[in-house]
Design a protein. Structure first.
Length: 383
């Protein structure tokens, strides 16, 4: 049996708590190959052993699973089967340009992952996890975008050691994380992705935060204006201002004009880290903005928002949260590495965001419960 050494602090004389001692005993026991063999045989522990074995294998094989999903997306299998219905494998192979043996490998993998499923007469149709992906602009864009993240994570230790020196694929993709000098072509690339992936959140936000009694909305970091336009369409009395970097704001102006909302939604090109925010709005929204930046930048922005808000105004923060029960892998694992590669932001807990809002001068901050807390949490801070 492998002996787990006692922590140096305890070896130096500090008393070990009963909880730490119990957990150390547990770790020593479960690290034992003999115990693992016994647990796999004993009827009461066998289900636990099997679940943990499967979970460990999933951690080892997770990249393969994501690449199966990516292949299905790039071949548009979900869109094909949604439009045509279940098809024979040979018919699918001919449509997507794969040799039948290669397609059978992909189909088998996708069925195991519940992306596809077998139907009658040997046909293949959408599975319970594949059906929601059909025609889903946000998830399609996210799956394709992950190729950049995988480049950065090819050697995760090297990423963790070199990040301060820059040079990651995600840092290059999101230039605004390090500078406000963004070329129009760069802005078009990342703002289109942000716009697509924000779409599923917008109705959730507007359902959770009614704006019927508000008059002017300021969406800071509002990208191509989807949230502002949706709010203006839902509440005809509401006017909205989108603030983002100049090349992104120009894209917002074009989108607003195309929707015929030019009289009620305007776009301002400015860097919120340097320029004062337009004053007078009675509601300000920050949707997936704070997590991109370190605490000092976030606190400075929150203070600018507090100064710009009208009396009685409120701030709406929409963020993936860390430490959320049932969604910890999103905030504490996925975004931890994603944002590290991007350049220094992080997902924060509800308590951390509350503390930042209090430091910025907001009187109250409360969380609004949503239908899909895995996607984002919503906090409302009041003046």
């Amino acid at each position: 049996m492998t002996t787990v050494p006692v922590d140096e602090a305890y070896a130096a004389g500090e008393r070990e708590s009963w909880l730490d001692a119990a957990l150390r005993w547990r770790d020593t026991l479960t690290a034992s190959a003999a115990f693992q063999r016994w647990a796999a045989r004993f009827p009461l522990t066998r289900p636990i052993a099997r679940r943990r074995s499967r979970a460990l294998f999933d951690l080892c094989a997770g990249f393969v699973y994501t690449q199966v999903l990516r292949a299905c997306v790039e071949l548009d299998l979900f869109g094909l089967l949604a439009a045509a219905g279940p098809l024979a494998p040979d018919a699918i192979a001919a449509r997507v340009g794969l040799a039948p043996p290669a397609l059978e490998r992909l189909i088998g993998a996708a069925i195991a992952l519940r992306l596809l499923e077998r139907r009658t007469r040997g046909r293949v149709g959408l599975g319970p996890l594949g059906a929601p992906l059909a025609g889903n602009e946000a998830l399609d864009a996210l799956v394709r975008h992950h190729a950049l993240l995988y480049d950065d994570l090819r050697d995760p230790v090297a990423l963790l050691r070199r990040r301060a020196q820059g040079g990651t694929a995600l840092a290059d993709y999101y230039p605004y994380a390090g500078t406000a000098d963004v070329a129009p072509a760069q802005a078009a690339t990342y703002s289109a992705l942000m716009s697509a992936t924000a779409a599923p959140l917008i109705e959730e936000v507007l359902d959770a935060v009614p704006l019927g009694r508000r008059h002017t909305l300021l969406d800071v970091g509002g990208g191509e204006g989807r949230l502002a336009m949706a709010a203006a369409a839902r509440w005809p009395h509401l006017s909205a201002v989108v603030l983002d970097l100049p090349p992104v704001a120009e894209r917002a102006r074009q989108a607003v004009a195309a929707r015929g909302l030019g009289g009620r939604v305007t776009a301002v090109g400015a860097d919120f880290q340097r320029a004062p925010l337009p004053a007078g709005a009675d509601v300000v929204t920050l949707m997936r903005v704070l997590l991109d930046h370190p605490d000092d930048v976030v606190l400075a922005l929150l203070r600018r928002v507090r100064a710009a808000l009208a009396d009685g105004g409120q701030l709406v923060i929409v963020e993936p949260l860390a430490g959320v029960r049932g969604a910890r892998v999103v905030g504490d694992a996925y975004f931890a590495l994603y944002l590290y590669a991007m350049g220094g932001g992080r997902a924060r807990t509800e308590a951390e965001l509350r503390a930042l809002c209090a430091s910025a001068g907001f009187a109250r901050c409360r969380r609004v419960w949503t239908r899909y807390p895995v996607s984002a949490g919503i906090l409302i801070a009041e003046v």
